[in-house]
Design a protein around this ligand. Sequence first.
Ligand code: PMT
Length: 210
Amino acid sequence: MNVLVTAGPTREPIDPVRFVSNRSTGKMGFAVAQAAAEAGHAVTLIAGPVTLDTPPGVRRVDVTTALEMLAAVERELPACDVFVSAAAVADWRPETCSPTKLKKGEMDGVLRLVRNPDILKTILPRKGTRVFVGFAAETGEPTAEAGRKLHEKGLDLIVANDVTAPGAGFAVETNRVTLLFPDGRHEALPLLRKTEVARRLVATFATLGR
Ligand code: PMT
């Protein structure tokens, strides 16, 4: 299958030296790309600004902002059978980006933000027979909110993680996730290395949709 994965944060510039972003390192999404390639799939990885090496055999497209990630996803979507949205897309971006470094005196302490598009919701009308997999980064018990996102974003599977749980979420080598399906089925996995979470996810999505 052709598998498209997004990973990492997006970075929303304020000026040439400052930005709004989040704590994603890309480890989880890169692990999914690697596991999918190792399972024999053709993988395209759309990566936000991260410092990770490209997994062997994976085609990588680098982006910075949410708008760039959306454009890359829209470009790559027609060729994919499975889309895994592991990126932590910034929900907001500064209303304007100054072409020059803002001086302290030019800033009044208020940063005006505008909403970024939701990538999954934007491409949902073009889903067709593709399998869509999302992640839900929650603080606290993740399944209720993840279940809402699963339905709202038209997903076939959502991977819920409590990003405040020890050893889970951002920047660590492990994750503790629950897989949620549209029929209400839940599968809670133990604390595992992200590489192993990724292997199980790839084995699961390969059974969906076809
Ligand atoms: O990168 P790591 O350091 O390894 O950390 C891993 C992780 C915590 C980033 C990862 O496991 C994870 O949870 N990724 C999703 C983070 C997120 O944005 O969650 P969300 O609940 O805000 O979004 C839900 C889904 O909608 C996600 O699939 C997201 O990619 C997608 N989304 C979100 C916002 C947006 N504007 N467009 C989207 O498509």
